[in-house]
Design a protein around this ligand. Structure first.
Ligand code: GLY
Ligand code: MN
Ligand code: MN
Length: 447
């Protein structure tokens, strides 16, 4: 295992920024300290095995390393956070080591068993009266004088604040992008070399140097009609013949931060599916170029549906005006997911529906219930832009027998169903006056 080397100044600035956010949030919630457990992997039912450990993201934002199971942070206004580092004296598993950067940011106590750690923590909180726990409660079953467990007034503020990335977080997101793009390039080559879904998946893991259990989300490696299953989860060992299309939605992680990248390829350069991929790619680039502070992502979602309507008409899939395809919600059946979501320590990062830091919600419009991001766009936000066009028989059959159904060129749809669908997904950073595409320049540099 290698650990990325952090810029120490950037890391300490990050800790200063988020500690200040915690102090404001604690004050607003009426708590005077917070216990933040990293958590512990939950075993499968009646088993001694568990899925891979994922730390509590509130802990991970302070401590950008996965090897922290059962460690606990105590956030104390006016002081450096205190880390109770759990390093079990185990010979079954490799115990974690304390990274160099930890003692630069935190007061650290190391404990080799959970009981002495908990005793020390009880002592550490004894100076406080209104203590909140932020994280999985079951991982911290202790005699702490807790006043609240995950109080909304505190957690909403923390989740809202996570929308704006610090320089340290942006650096990790750039690394996560590079990890993902290395995998994407190898995966595309494996597809062109005749690989099966499984072969492509293995090529992705090898080139991005990621173990499967540490991926930001399960790789979506979809050939042919599998590309029309939005979160397709299998890896067929045999390549379909003929292969028509390949959709890959796969990301990388660095310091706990995720990238989330999708590309779609035709098996036959220059065929109609290939042209449709290129046309959607151009619309996606135009959409990204429009992003700037103050923009409404809900408006961008609606505009993308108009673009999808244009393409469906231009490619003779719909025989009506683009406007009427949009107005009658026909595009919703070809593009049935949201245009994007916030990205960070979680792939679908939290807080996308918050209108205010108090947790007042900006609900998605009725027409687009699966839109995960309704906040007004601000500098420092990182999110995905991922339009799609799919040919999903179970959805399109809703059109059969309707007025709109008469405007569908069913022969063309039938010809495209074996290709599944198209999604193009980049990750973008909002700047003071516009946007930076984090993904495309990395493809250009590494390809
Ligand atoms: N990879 C899941 C998504 O794009 O939202
Ligand atoms: Mn994705
Ligand atoms: Mn996504």
């Amino acid at each position: 295992m290698t650990r990325p080397a952090f810029d120490q100044v950037e890391f300490l600035d990050h800790i200063t920024t988020i500690t200040a956010q915690w102090e404001r949030a604690l004050a607003a919630s009426g708590a005077d300290a917070a216990v933040v457990p990293a958590g512990i992997a939950q075993m499968y039912f009646q088993d001694d095995q568990s899925p891979a450990f994922h730390p509590n993201p509130h802990f991970a934002r302070f401590y950008p390393d996965d090897h922290c199971e059962q460690s606990v942070l105590l956030v104390r206004p006016g002081n450096r956070p205190k880390l109770y580092f759990h390093r079990p004296a185990s010979y079954w598993y490799q115990p974690p080591t304390l990274p160099d950067w930890a003692e630069t940011a935190f007061d650290v106590e190391t404990h080799d068993d959970d009981e002495t750690l908990m005793t020390a923590l009880v002592k550490g909180v004894s100076a406080y009266h209104r203590i909140a726990l932020v994280g999985p409660a079951e991982s911290c079953e202790l005699n702490l004088p807790l006043k609240a467990v995950n109080p909304k007034a505190l957690v909403n503020r923390l989740q809202y604040a996570r929308g704006t990335k610090t320089d340290f977080e942006i650096a990790r997101l750039r690394e996560a992008t590079e990890v993902g793009v290395r995998g994407h390039i190898a995966a595309r080559d494996a597809f062109r070399d005749g690989g099966s879904e499984f072969d492509i998946h293995m090529a992705y893991l090898g080139a991005s140097k990621q173990q499967e259990s540490k991926l930001p989300y399960p790789n979506i490696i979809a050939l042919n009609e599998h590309a029309g299953v939005l979160h397709y989860q299998h890896y067929d060992r045999t390549r379909p013949e003929p292969a028509h299309s390949f959709l890959i939605d796969a990301g990388g992680r660095s310091g706990g931060y995720h990238s989330d990248i999708t590309r779609t390829y035709s098996a036959t350069p220059g065929d109609e599916f290939d042209d449709l991929v290129a046309a959607l790619d151009a619309k996606q680039r135009d959409t990204v170029a429009k992003i700037k502070p103050g923009l409404s992502f809900v408006d961008l979602q609606a505009r993308m549906h108009r673009d999808v309507a244009d393409l469906l008409v231009r490619f003779d899939i719909l025989r009506c005006s683009a406007e009427s395809a949009y107005d009658r919600s026909v595009t919703d059946l070809f593009f049935p997911h949201g245009l994007g979501h916030l990205l960070g320590l979680q792939t679908h990062d939290v807080g996308g529906h918050f209108a205010t830091e108090d947790g007042e919600l900006a609900e998605p419009p009725q027409r687009f219930p699966s839109l995960r991001f309704t906040r007004a766009v601000q500098p420092g936000y990182v999110f995905t832009v991922e339009p799609g066009i799919y040919f999903i028989p179970s959805l399109l059959k809703e059109l059969a027998g309707t007025d709109a159904g008469r405007d569908v060129n069913w022969a063309k749809v039938e010809a495209l169903v074996p290709c599944g669908g198209i999604r193009i997904e980049d990750n973008v950073l909002v700047t003071d006056d516009g946007v930076e595409n984090l993904t495309r320049p990395v493809f250009d540099a590494l390809d």
